[in-house]
Design a protein around this ligand. Structure first.
Ligand code: SAH
Ligand code: SF4
Length: 418
């Protein structure tokens, strides 16, 4: 979501005649778009600000902090990092040029809510052929550990017409694949149109070739969504379905509103519908009161479901959330041990899952050259896996048929089918 917001802000600044600097030293304005989901993300921003503060000693620069941490800390950010000139919360981010151009006296902090995101912006992006399309903002789920509803506000869905218009404009701009974004796309609703219906319209009313979405909350993933993924050829075969924990007691304390059994039913439905669908997830270890046995349930879930990949985190207390009232009683060292064990297991599972890819022919959207070598192109399969294969510049931005010949835990290697 932050990447998507940065893309929109980048486009707004481009359209007003700002230029991108290659290095911080050359910039008049340095913008940090921030995350608050874990303490570590915030610590990193404070570290970055300490480094950047030196740049201000020798040159006149403005340092701007936008996004979740700006929203959460407001004025407090100025006292923690005196080099900051402007703090813009999650709903003020797109007003940045106004504050810069209208003679604001710095330092300034703006965290009022009520977002006016311009409807007709084509987001700036690193990759010409893929783009994010935000379909809803905020979240109403209030999972007990999570800061998102507090910093990004209540959930609101964008109108269908606006989303379709944006997709059409992106197609004209060369985009082949979009990822529809919301904290929980499954609760999207506009004037009686729900998420599966929105997908249907995006597929039928626009010329976009490939559609993905993120994130889907397991408590309200519908059979109609599963059916859409199965029957609509434009839908890519990947679902990111955050499980968080394999223990029902922990899931309950997390306020996730589903059981592991329900999660398995969804996995079963998805795999029946699309047998080789990629399933990815988010997992948290060391939630308050999580026992060794409950942690083992998460390991069992990884072994049982066999995720293609997972984002794995140590629980991090977020001030103001309801879990902040629980005793954070799993020692840090134990959290680290659990996380390492989980990461190792998932790495092996991913390796094995990726071996299933060997011998298959995949449709790969090529997005450029491999970072390591100009002899290899890099692209994504329908299941969102990275593939490297030998090919030429003319293939960038096109969907190519590639046969997978080998795989490790993170990457597939293939050869072009002619
Ligand atoms: N809306 C998305 C999640 C956004 S946050 C969803 O519900 O799936 C991304 C991930 O960060 C979460 O899925 C969770 O695994 C992790 N996360 C959120 N708050 C956290 C916390 N306090 N400590 C550790 N991990 C956390
Ligand atoms: Fe956070 Fe839960 Fe909302 Fe995801 S669904 S953003 S984890 S509160």
């Amino acid at each position: 979501m932050n990447l998507a917001d940065s893309g929109v802000l980048g486009a707004i600044l481009d359209s007003r005649g700002y230029n991108r600097a290659e290095k911080e030293e050359d910039a008049d304005i340095i913008i940090l778009n921030t995350c608050s989901v874990r303490e570590k993300a915030e610590t990193r921003v404070l570290g970055r600000l300490a480094e950047l503060s030196h740049l201000k000693e020798t040159a006149d620069k403005k340092i701007v902090v936008v996004g979740c941490m700006a929203q959460r800390m407001g004025d407090r950010l100025l006292s923690r990092a005196p080099c900051v000139d402007l703090v813009l919360g999650t709903d003020r981010i797109f007003d940045l040029p106004k504050f810069i151009e209208n003679g604001t006296s710095f330092p300034a902090v703006r965290t009022e809510t009520g977002l006016e995101e311009p409807a007709d912006v084509i987001p700036a992006r690193n990759n010409r052929h893929t783009a994010f399309v935000t379909i809803s903002r905020g979240c109403d789920n209030y999972c007990s550990y999570c800061i998102v509803p507090y910093v990004r506000g209540r959930e609101r869905s964008y109108p269908v017409s606006r989303i379709l218009k944006q997709i059409k404009a992106l197609v004209t701009d060369g985009v082949i694949e979009i990822t529809l974004l919301g904290q929980n796309v499954n609760s999207y609703r506009d004037d009686g149109i729900d998420f599966p219906e929105l997908l249907k319209k995006a597929a039928s009313d626009t010329d976009i070739q490939r559609i993905r979405f993120m994130t889907s909350h397991p408590k309200d993933m519908s059979d109609r969504l599963v059916e859409m993924i199965k029957s609509e050829p434009k839908m890519m075969s990947h679902v990111h379905l955050p499980l968080q924990s394999g223990s029902d007691r922990i899931l309950k304390m997390m306020g996730r509103k589903y059981t592991y059994g329900h999660y398995l039913t969804l996995v079963d439905k998805l795999r029946r519908a699309v047998p080789d669908i990629s399933l990815t997830t988010d997992l948290i270890v060391g939630f308050p009161s999580e026992t060794e046995e409950e942690f083992r349930m998460t390991l069992d879930a990884v072994n049982g479901v066999r995720f293609d990949s997972a984002f794995m985190f140590r629980y991090s207390v977020r001030e103001g959330t309801s879990a902040a009232g629980f005793d954070d009683d799993v020692p840090e060292e134990e959290k680290i041990n659990r996380l390492n064990e989980l990461i190792n297991l998932q790495k092996n599972v991913a390796y094995e899952k990726n071996q299933d890819e060997v011998g298959r022919i995949r449709s790969v959207l090529v997005d450029g050259f491999s970072r390591r070598s100009d002899n290899f192109l890099k692209g994504k399969t329908e299941g969102n896996k990275t593939v490297l294969f030998a090919g030429g510049t003319d293939m960038i931005g096109r969907v190519q048929r590639v046969k997978i010949i080998s795989a490790d835990s993170w990457t597939l290697h293939g050869e072009l089918m002619v």
